[in-house]
Design a protein around this ligand. Structure first.
Ligand code: GLC
Length: 472
């Protein structure tokens, strides 16, 4: 096998800078993230199993204790190669598999203590009548999303493609569906002009070795062999893949992904990945330091701009990632405020949908996504292709982005908004100040900052976008 190595602009230096950022992260931010995580965990605790909760909490470790992950020279992408991803801002996550049938979330097998044989029976029933990946892609486009990430295999072990490496032939080609969903999905994304992402979980609950990797080393080795085989299949058989989104690079639901690196050997695994897909953007959950960092869950995003690529992933239906009988659909205001809070701090947002057992994204979800799309039709120039700042966000009040000679202010609708918005000192000369619909707003600028006259009647229900045009 030829291993391709990549010319990179001193990534070690970039790593060090990123690490430094974390060290300097104000104490206040750490406390805020901690408290908001606790609140969000409490909400979820009502529906999630203990280990499922731990999984969510663990995945935010980068935001709590500093970026973790093993590094390999040349394995991470250069900032230039990350640019499209940072420009994209908004993507669709899709959790779909056998767990759509019981409709109690993607952790059903583990939470309900189902044996692999019992769970495997679901594969006989999995014959989605209306699966149409083009339809999914059209929904993502209508929502203003630029990329998709589909779960190819979750922790239950069921592969959604023609997977010769699948242990016990547990895949959608060799069971009742007789369909390669990944093939249809990847083709549909490309046809729609969306970037293609694949989620893959190396861990697999069917293997006792997962729960006891040292005591049952032989069985654990089989699981690892499956992971290497399947990752290679996904990387070589479906054309260009833009994002590889690992999840569950840990062992026995304990520790962090990095702690399990002795077992999974993520540098070796991702060298294989890079061999097939030199420019793929890789997340941090294989135990390797990722091309971006992940923040999971629906807690409000607060604090300053983060100076490294990161992504917020969360659920449109708060009940679970996989299709669920219980529905806690996010409000339009909740989605829009989350989006600007993320983008104004330098992140992307990956919003999850869980299609039903027939492959259909629930109609109420589609309608909500269309509402997001119409907001983006009008406000998209303040989102896509921008970078965060120049103004540091003020929690629950406003944040900003910029592109060329334009600065965009996203004002969060709240009763904190009075008749005037004050922005800090700014070294560029402002020529005009308008609402995104073109309506002029009175403003003044001096050494102390900018004052914008904004009346209640100017405010939009969730987020009001103000455009400052600079002379330089
Ligand atoms: C968590 C969960 C998993 C879900 C993922 C999405 O790690 O274990 O069910 O797929 O988050 O980010």
């Amino acid at each position: 096998m030829t291993i391709v190595s990549f010319p990179l602009p001193d990534f070690n230096k970039i790593n060090k800078l990123i690490m430094l950022q974390f060290k300097l992260m104000p104490f206040k931010l750490v406390i805020i993230i901690f408290i908001s995580t606790l609140i969000s965990l409490n909400v979820h605790a009502q529906q999630m199993g203990k280990d499922e909760l731990k999984s969510m909490e663990k995945s935010n470790s980068a935001f709590k204790g500093g970026i973790r992950g093993v590094t390999g020279p040349g394995l991470n992408l250069s900032p230039e190669k990350m640019q499209w991803w940072e420009d994209a801002k908004f993507g669709m996550f899709i959790h779909w598999g056998l767990y759509a049938i019981p409709a109690t979330g993607e952790w059903t097998m583990f939470n309900k203590k189902m044996s692999p044989d019992e769970y495997a029976k679901l594969a006989d029933q999995f014959k989605p009548r209306y699966f149409n990946a083009n339809r999914w892609a059209a929904i993502a486009k209508a929502a203003g999303m630029k990329y998709m990430v589909m779960v190819a295999r979750h922790h239950d072990g069921f592969a959604m493609w023609n997977s010769p490496s699948s242990y016990h032939h547990f895949n959608s080609m060799e069971t009742a569906a007789h369909t390669d969903f990944v093939a249809q999905y990847t083709a549909a994304c490309r046809k729609a002009g969306l970037r293609v992402g694949i989620y893959y979980s190396p861990m697999d609950w069917r293997f006792p070795g997962y729960f006891d990797p040292k005591g049952q080393a032989e069985n654990a080795a089989l699981m690892k062999q499956q992971a290497y085989g399947q990752v290679a299949e996904l990387m070589k058989n479906y054309g260009k893949i833009d994002i590889l989104w690992y999840d569950g690079g840990w062992l026995s639901h304990k520790g962090t992904d990095e702690d399990a690196a002795w077992f999974w050997e993520p540098l070796k695994l991702n060298t294989i990945v890079r061999n097939y897909q030199p420019n793929i953007v890789i997340n941090p959950r294989s135990g390797m330091f990722g091309d971006f960092q992940v923040n999971e869950g629906d807690a409000e995003v607060k604090g300053p701009i983060l100076e490294f690529p990161w992504e917020k992933c969360l659920n449109l239906n708060g009940a679970s990632w996989g299709y669920n009988k219980t529905q806690h659909l996010m409000s339009l205001a909740g989605i829009l405020q989350m989006l600007v809070n993320v983008v104004d701090r330098g992140g992307n947002m990956l919003l999850n949908v869980g299609p039903d057992p027939d492959g259909v994204i629930p109609q109420t979800h589609v309608a909500r996504l269309k509402e997001v799309g119409s907001w983006l039709d009008k406000n998209g120039e303040s989102i896509y292709g921008t970078r965060a700042g120049p103004f540091q966000p003020v929690d629950s009040l406003y944040g900003s982005t910029h592109k060329g000679n334009k600065v965009y202010i996203h004002l969060i609708n709240s009763n904190k908004v009075t008749n005037e918005l004050h922005l800090p000192k700014f070294d560029r000369q402002i020529q005009s100040c308008r609402l995104i619909n073109g309506q002029d707003l009175p403003f003044s600028q001096d050494r102390n900052g900018i004052n914008i006259g904004i009346q209640k009647t100017h405010l939009e229900p969730a987020v009001t976008t103000i455009v400052l045009t600079c002379t330089n």
